[in-house]
Design a protein around this ligand. Structure first.
Ligand SMILES: *[C@@H]1O[C@H](CO)[C@@H](O)[C@H](O)[C@H]1NC(C)=O
Ligand SMILES: *[C@@H]1O[C@H](CO)[C@@H](O)[C@H](O)[C@H]1NC(C)=O
Ligand SMILES: *[C@@H]1O[C@H](CO)[C@@H](O)[C@H](O)[C@H]1NC(C)=O
Ligand SMILES: *[C@@H]1O[C@H](CO)[C@@H](O)[C@H](O)[C@H]1NC(C)=O
Ligand SMILES: *[C@@H]1O[C@H](CO)[C@@H](O)[C@H](O)[C@H]1NC(C)=O
Ligand SMILES: *[C@@H]1O[C@H](CO)[C@@H](O)[C@H](O)[C@H]1NC(C)=O
Ligand SMILES: *[C@@H]1O[C@H](CO)[C@@H](O)[C@H](O)[C@H]1NC(C)=O
Ligand SMILES: *[C@@H]1O[C@H](CO)[C@@H](O)[C@H](O)[C@H]1NC(C)=O
Ligand SMILES: *[C@@H]1O[C@H](CO)[C@@H](O)[C@H](O)[C@H]1NC(C)=O
Ligand SMILES: *[C@@H]1O[C@H](CO)[C@@H](O)[C@H](O)[C@H]1NC(C)=O
Ligand SMILES: *[C@@H]1O[C@H](CO)[C@@H](O)[C@H](O)[C@H]1NC(C)=O
Length: 601
């Protein structure tokens, strides 16, 4: 603990954690809170006429086929989410209504559309949309205004195409509470839009050389909790020793498998990257503070063996840090949380026995609570009723984050650094031949946490570099390779003043980025994409209890996507609920000569 006086540090951290709890962590809303409406600060008022603001998350439009392609839309669910906390998810029967789907034709593109409106006052609520237990969307609601808000999330769900040709149960869990203070009801429509290519079958010669890499999975299986529930279908991970798991058997003619993991963090870990480490009071008297430090790792395992790790992107929900920052431009990933793919084809040899195997999820140093579930995407050999395989090489060395700290009085810094490498190689024999798949993950984490102003200001400067790659080959030639480099830079400064009882003023400066470079290559083509998505924001607010009394938030965002399949650029800014400028275009400024080879095979 550097040269700091441990006692002072402890005092300070206790004080600080209290502050953090007050300003970054919203009250945990349980039915117990609901029984105490005296917490409500403002009596209900008649709402003004509905003249809504449109909230949005900046992202490239979901890719659509040409206008000439046949399309078909279906409204799956229309529901008003009032008092839904701790109640069963809202369900609806999904049936393939389009004639083409009924004929068993897989769509070439599918877009899920979530449209919602709300009016009044409400917290941000996490929600999930599942079809047949498979999670399609993890998202957070926008916080309403007295005049009302509307927002729409459109997500490309083509990778789940196999689900849509069969009847399924659609489930939506959005735990909302409505009382005199938190009056907002969420009015929601969930729709699917299907598009069908006019051409049949695989379009690219290259497909034949990299089976499983250019078409959606033949089967998508849920690794989630089953209905009936009074909660979401996700698993709840409450602490660092909590492992949640489920058993599943897969078809014995699987030749490729990808585990897609959905992750969100709440309550004591909503801002895990701002949590100070636990503190040793004295050598023989260890006092654990509710911090657990600023590093978290999500682990996916198969029969107890690590399949892969996730060092998650720090999604800030619409009520996070300063809610005024996210009106109307929502935080990166807040309306469509990223999911994380782990290629598990190298492990197929272990699960092609037709028996049940255990898939587990845990979070290193977790505080209550993480919501985690996963989808298993499987590609099946249509020419053969069984496949076989074996793991050839596997490496998941143990590692330990290193912590450095230096304090003088109450002010000082913590620095946390971690890096990790995981790799697996295995072969699978199918009618495509004996294909060897290599998968690796390379992860780097750095978090600098600086306290100043006698403990009233906190600065976080964090970077996560999350790299992974896949390589598949026949004995003689490389079939397909993919390399993804993701980088999540985060800078967060918060300063608290005028704290009296439950009232305080907070200033916040924030910069958060989601950058991704993706390269993929196969014999007849090469694809490349680059995304730079950066938000910078600053604001202040006066808070009483859990309610923002007054303040201002300003946000700028620059989104630059360039790829061999097209480009998208947007530069937008807002302040005090008003858009200051908003420029976008989809023209590629750089020439991408290699791209022309892709898709013409
Ligand atoms: C939901 O759909 C209904 C009818 O199609 C429409 O009247 C309503 O405005 C929609 N609600 C939202 C939030 O989009
Ligand atoms: C961790 O969480 C699990 C599951 O809720 C619980 O059974 C266990 O007692 C918890 N352990 C600790 C140390 O809190
Ligand atoms: C540990 O420290 C706390 C707080 O100073 C004190 O109350 C407690 O008696 C100590 N326990 C031991 C075993 O020394
Ligand atoms: C590989 O699988 C094919 C059928 O898909 C089978 O004919 C062949 O014998 C298998 N080869 C080996 C070495 O198991
Ligand atoms: C810093 O905060 C501590 C604890 O609240 C207080 O005792 C101390 O006087 C403060 N120091 C300064 C220089 O304000
Ligand atoms: C954050 O840290 C990176 C390097 O670790 C540095 O380049 C950058 O300037 C820092 N940002 C701020 C705002 O301190
Ligand atoms: C803070 O709370 C105390 C105790 O409840 C009360 O006496 C005091 O008046 C409050 N201060 C303010 C500024 O509200
Ligand atoms: C916060 O942002 C404001 C306005 O952009 C700037 O004046 C101030 O220097 C920033 N402070 C910190 C600590 O980053
Ligand atoms: C975004 O637009 C603002 C205002 O027009 C401009 O000052 C800024 O340079 C633009 N940023 C980029 C990256 O184009
Ligand atoms: C924000 O805009 C409202 C009008 O919509 C205005 O009354 C208020 O003063 C503005 N706040 C600031 C801090 O500029
Ligand atoms: C699109 O935006 C980029 C970034 O500002 C700019 O360089 C380019 O000129 C724009 N293209 C068009 C056609 O406006």
């Amino acid at each position: 603990m550097g040269g700091a006086s441990p006692r002072l540090l402890l005092l300070f951290l206790l004080l600080h954690v209290n502050l953090l709890t007050a300003r970054l962590h919203r009250a945990k809303l349980t039915p117990a809170d609901e029984e105490q409406p005296s917490l409500a600060a403002t009596p209900p008022r008649d709402l003004p006429p509905f003249s809504p603001t449109t909230f949005f998350e900046v992202t490239k439009p979901a890719p659509l086929p040409p206008a000439s392609a046949p399309a078909c839309s279906a409204l799956l669910l229309q529901h008003d989410f009032g008092y839904t906390y701790g109640r069963p998810p809202v369900t609806a029967a999904y049936r393939p209504s389009c004639a083409r789907l009924r004929r068993g034709r897989a769509p070439s593109h599918v877009v899920l559309q979530w449209s919602a409106s709300s009016q009044g006052r409400q917290f941000d609520r996490i929600f999930g949309v599942w079809l047949g237990g498979v999670e399609l969307l993890r998202s957070c609601t926008a916080e309403p205004r007295p005049n009302g808000i509307v927002w729409t999330v459109r997500k490309d769900v083509t990778r789940y195409a196999a689900l849509f040709v069969r009847p399924q149960t659609l489930a939506v869990y959005l735990g909302n509470l409505v009382d005199n203070t938190y009056t907002g009801v969420y009015h929601v429509n969930v729709s699917l839009h299907f598009y069908f290519d006019s051409s049949h079958g695989p379009r690219r010669a290259a497909d034949y050389h990299a089976p499983g890499f250019s078409t959606p999975a033949d089967l998508v299986l849920p690794l989630s909790r089953s209905l009936p529930l009074n909660d979401g279908l996700w698993f709840l991970i409450q602490n660092s020793t909590d492992v949640q798991s489920t058993k599943l058997a897969i078809p014995v003619n699987t030749y490729r498998a990808v585990l897609e993991v959905y992750v969100s963090f709440h309550s004591a870990d909503e801002f895990w990257y701002t949590n100070p480490p636990n503190v040793y009071l004295s050598e023989n008297n260890i006092t654990y503070l509710p911090g657990n430090g600023a590093f978290r790792e999500v682990i996916a395992s198969l029969d107890g063996e690590v399949l892969g790790a996730i060092w998650p992107f720090t999604v800030i929900y619409t009520g996070g840090v300063n809610p005024l920052l996210w009106r109307p431009i929502s935080g990166i990933g807040s309306f469509d949380l990223p999911s994380y793919d782990i290629e598990i084809t190298p492990f197929l040899g272990k699960v092609l026995d037709g028996k049940l195997h255990e898939y587990g999820f845990s979070v290193t140093d977790a505080l209550n609570v993480w919501f985690i579930d996963a989808n298993l995407h499987l590609w099946l050999d249509r020419q053969s009723s069984y496949t076989s395989g074996s793991l050839i090489a596997y490496e998941a060395p143990s590692y330990a984050p290193s912590l450095y700290s230096q304090f003088e009085g109450l002010d000082g810094e913590f620095k946390t650094i971690a890096s990790r490498y995981i790799s697996s190689t295995g072969w699978v024999n199918s009618s495509y031949g004996e294909i060897t798949t290599h998968f690796f993950q390379k992860l780097e984490f750095g978090n600098l946490m600086v306290f100043s102003g006698n403990g009233s200001n906190q600065m976080i400067n964090q970077t996560i570099d999350f790299e992974y790659g896949i390589n598949t080959k026949h004995p003689s030639s490389v079939l397909y390779s993919e390399h993804v480099l993701r980088s999540f830079p985060l800078y967060l400064y918060t300063g608290t003043t005028d704290q009296v009882n439950d009232t305080y003023t907070e200033v916040a400066n924030l910069s958060i980025g989601f950058d991704e470079n993706r390269f993929s290559g196969q014999k007849f083509g090469f694809a490349y994409s680059s995304l730079k998505n950066l938000q910078t924001a600053s604001g202040y607010m006066k808070v009483k209890g859990n309610l923002v009394q007054s303040g201002l938030g300003s946000t700028q965002q620059v989104y630059t996507y360039e790829s061999t399949d097209g480009c998208y650029f947007r530069n937008v800014s807002s302040s005090n609920y008003t858009i200051l400028y908003d420029n976008s275009n989809d023209s590629c400024t750089k020439s991408l000569p290699l791209g022309k080879q892709f898709g013409t095979g």
